[in-house]
Design a protein around this ligand. Structure first.
Ligand code: FES
Length: 180
């Protein structure tokens, strides 16, 4: 029985001639394999970060990011866009290591106006947990920290101004990454 799986000339000589079993090709031992090989190859789309939908005329909301060199970048955006996607769409330096699932603090932003901060829906527990780990967390005065991926633009916060911190802490690499 063992010899029937071997197809070399030597193996054929060794095959018992009295065997009544039909010849088998090596593939017939793995009936699933040929059909598996004929199935089309498919992939799952990666979530593309930084993709935003341009606002319709008359429905623009405005947000300004102040970068690490204190330079403001003002954008017109649609309601519902989060700050991480907006920043990445415009190539600002916001890492977003966890992809916007409130599992890191690399999208840390500092809301520059206390009244505006109060108009943003309160952070969930996950966000608060991550903010505790954020480098340069600010909780008092005019500057209050949030995770950019958890802040969605709305009419209530039209005109929002946020600062990007000088550094972020990426715990996935257990490291500090200095952002120039
Ligand atoms: S991207 Fe990780 S918490 Fe926002």
């Amino acid at each position: 029985m063992f010899f029937r799986t071997i197809t070399t000339p030597t193996a054929r000589l060794l095959r018992p001639s009295h065997s009544r079993l039909p010849r088998r090709t090596p593939f017939s031992l793995f009936p699933i394999l040929p059909s598996t090989l004929t199935q089309p190859f498919s992939t799952t789309l990666l979530r593309k970060h930084g993709h935003t939908t341009p606002p319709k005329p008359g429905e623009e909301l405005y947000v300004t990011f102040v970068d690490k060199s204190s330079k403001p970048h003002k954008f017109a955006v649609s309601a519902g866009e989060n700050l991480l996607d907006i920043a990445q769409e415009h190539d600002l330096d916001m890492e977003g290591a966890c992809g916007g699932s409130a599992a890191c603090s690399t999208c840390h932003v500092i809301v520059a106006d206390n009244a505006m901060y109060e108009r943003i829906p309160e952070p969930e527990d996950d966000e608060n947990d991550m903010l505790d780990l954020a480098f340069g967390l600010t909780e008092t005065g005019c500057n209050r920290s949030r995770l950019g991926c958890q802040v969605k633009m709305s009419k209530e916060i039209d005109g929002l101004v946020v600062k990007l911190p000088s550094m972020t802490r990426n715990l996935q690499s257990s490291d500090f990454s200095k952002k120039a």
